[in-house]
Design a protein around this ligand. Sequence first.
Ligand SMILES: Nc1nc2c(ncn2[C@@H]2O[C@H](COP(=O)(O)OP(=O)(O)O)[C@@H](O)[C@H]2O)c(=O)[nH]1
Ligand SMILES: [Mg+2]
Length: 233
Amino acid sequence: MKVEASFLRSAASAGDLPRDGLAAIALVGRSNVGKSSLINALVRQRLARTSGAPGKTRLANVYRVARGQSPAMYVIDLPGFGYARGGNAGFDEIAQAVLGREEQDGPATAAILLVDSRHPGLARDTEAWRWLQTAVERRAVVATKIDKLTRGERIRAMGQLESVFEHPVLPVSAVTGEGLDELWKLIDNLNRPRPNSSSPSRLRRPPPPSRAAAAAAATALEKKTRPPRRRKR
Ligand SMILES: Nc1nc2c(ncn2[C@@H]2O[C@H](COP(=O)(O)OP(=O)(O)O)[C@@H](O)[C@H]2O)c(=O)[nH]1
Ligand SMILES: [Mg+2]
């Protein structure tokens, strides 16, 4: 299927984010987990800069992506978390701006948490997931670099990941292309309007936590308060 993708801009703050109503998906993960490589693999171009020297940029790189007949959307490469000074589980202001996108600027941003399949259950990853559970309604977990595991390691790692996150985890490789078709499907699902939002009173999705609320939730997390009770699906 044909993919058209282009770099839109680097965003430093909420004001730099696009406001034309298109869906947006943010890739969230530690530096070096493979965010940029995965974007390049998805769009089959070298659009996003990859590097072995993590953590320098504090900007969110915004790409406009259209695949086949699907409507165009934004894919947002967030700065790796865990490097920001202070609270918010290492989430920058820009990450909070992207994930708490205001309603009038388009559908709420969905988030894909990327975790390294070789390191299941890192505290920073589980903290990030908890943060996402408070901040974004539509979210998923993807395990990167699955090509680096043997068959046995892989079975073990995937089991650990799904038990730690209590959520399905999709294994992918930017190198072999494994899991990319499934990842496109997952993205389509995240972007699809929710069935329960069809009644007129629910056409407007419930407002996402304001940036202030998201920041407060993240601060609460930092203080090691218990996470909110998981919602049953
Ligand atoms: N073997 C393997 N290496 C990967 C994969 N994805 C990324 N890498 C490598 O991991 C390093 C960090 O990748 P990058 O995409 O820059 O990570 P980012 O900091 O999250 O954007 C680079 O050296 C990549 O070549 C993958 O699926 N398989
Ligand atoms: Mg990167």
